[in-house]
Write a protein that binds this ligand. Structure first.
Ligand code: GLC
Length: 439
């Protein structure tokens, strides 16, 4: 498995950065690059820094790190750079085209994890930490300044693609509120559902709504304030905020290590406190014992159980009772019996659960990796080990697929879905195998 994972990363490497999958995603993606850099740190350490530098070449001058960086043209993906229309944005980066939305801010905690590896003890890495620190601060500051209109310490996402969990059912209602009368029909432009089975991908109407949002952002000139006023889609997402909270902790220790100025340290301390408290205040449902996202536009909680609800464990914000409640969900509604693969992206007792359709039921390796470490932080070692060994078992039996069918009774070698040779599945398999340290 070790050699196979390395081979996947080598195959997907393109002179400076890694494609998530040449077949399906032929550019560099934001949070993918973070997880991939971690995997590279074990097997191709000289490439890990390049991976991170490449994705930050796409950072906008307002601090936003785009979800796709189009380093080189490719015609097997829609929407490509022309559809995003970001060339008109005055604060876009020079020299490279990008999308106009972001993804969960994983980079600070990735830098922390890599710092504990042999690569992390080199002078190149030490210089790189200094180089990237201001970009990380700018990324977080952009989120707090532009995506937290109520000053709550929680940031909202403008698009379901910003969540990383693209077609999760938690976004259905907000997407359905989009007026499609003038929206273009994009079904003929999609490439993804011709490459892999359409039943495993988002539906055409989901894509149409996604593109209607892109068109709205374009009409708003990608000005966050205008988008906040006009868009029907403003969601405070649990995974996004939990990742931000975990990265805040990493950023704070980096700031202290680097002797950053007191004002910056103070600013990061403020983010840490506010977001951790707000996750519990606004997302935690004490009665149901679970974390749910919040629709700012509709002003209501979105009560659908998804694997994102476990991510506050990774953010280290849960008390004992919360940890126990989450563990109960994991071994009941998410895995009704011990032979289910952990962790389905949607609880199996939700009416929207679909074991093969992308983020509506299948298991994803990056979520499992964060879940594993969250469970270990909580001292739930048996469950943590089950998540890790389930992940490695299916990766070993089926290969480094993009996502996996969680149902019992299927030949493990047939559980892989989406694209094969998926980079973050390979990269995180390496960390799972090579690094027993909790994180
Ligand atoms: C899909 C996933 C997203 C990922 C991208 C590239 O859109 O939902 O999380 O970043 O593919 O792999």
């Amino acid at each position: 498995m070790f050699a196979a994972a390395t081979a996947t990363l080598d195959r997907n490497w393109r002179d400076g950065y890694t494609l998530p999958s040449p077949r399906l995603y032929p550019f560099q993606w934001n949070w993918d690059a973070g997880f991939i850099a971690l995997g590279l740190a074990y097997v191709r350490p000289e490439r890990a820094i390049s991976e991170l530098r490449s994705v930050f070449r796409g950072q906008w001058r307002n601090g936003m790190v785009p979800h796709i960086v189009f380093h080189r043209p490719a015609d097997n993906y829609f929407p490509g750079p022309d559809a995003w229309g970001t060339d008109q944005v005055p604060w876009r980066p020079a020299g490279v085209r990008t999308s106009g939305i972001t993804q969960p801010p994983v980079f600070a905690f990735i830098v922390e994890r890599i710092s504990s590896l042999p690569l992390g003890r080199t002078s190149e890495w030490e210089a790189f930490r200094r180089e990237i620190f201001p970009s990380l601060v700018a990324q977080h500051r952009h989120l707090y300044r532009n995506r937290d209109p109520l000053g709550e310490g929680l940031v909202y996402i403008q698009h379901n693609w910003e969540a990383g969990t693209d077609n999760s059912p938690v976004y259905d209602a907000a997407l359905e509120a989009i007026d499609l009368t003038r929206a273009r029909d994009v079904s003929g432009l999609r490439r993804d559902n011709q490459t892999v089975a359409a039943a495993h991908r988002p539906t055409d109407v989901n894509y149409r709504r996604c593109l209607a949002l892109v068109d709205l952002f374009n009409a708003c000139g990608y000005r966050d304030a205008e988008i906040a006023e006009r868009s029907p889609f403003l969601i405070q997402d649990v995974l996004f905020n939990a990742v931000l909270a975990r990265s805040n902790l990493a950023l704070l220790s980096l700031a202290r290590d680097l002797n950053a100025d007191a004002a910056t340290v103070g600013e990061i301390e403020g983010w840490c406190e506010k977001t951790s408290a707000a996750i519990n205040r606004k997302f935690w449902d004490a009665e149901r014992g679970f974390y749910f996202p919040y629709d700012l536009r509709a002003d209501r909680r979105i009560e659908i159980k998804t694997s994102s609800g476990f991510m506050p464990l990774f953010a280290r914000v849960c008390d004992d009772a919360q940890q126990r409640a989450l563990a109960r969900h994991l071994t009941s509604s998410f895995a009704p019996s011990a032979d289910w693969l952990l962790c389905p992206s949607v609880a199996t007792d939700e009416p929207t659960f679909d074991p093969v359709r992308y983020w509506r039921g299948p298991v994803w390796v990056n979520v499992n990796w964060m879940l594993h470490h969250g469970l270990r932080q909580a001292g739930l070692d048996d469950l943590a080990e089950r998540v890790r060994s389930d992940t490695l078992r299916v990766l070993g039996a089926a290969g480094r697929w993009e996502y996996f069918d969680p149902r019992p009774g299927i030949d493990p070698s047939a559980l892989g879905l989406g694209t094969d040779e998926f980079s973050w599945s390979a990269a995180l398999a390496l960390d799972f195998q090579r690094n027993p340290d909790a994180f």
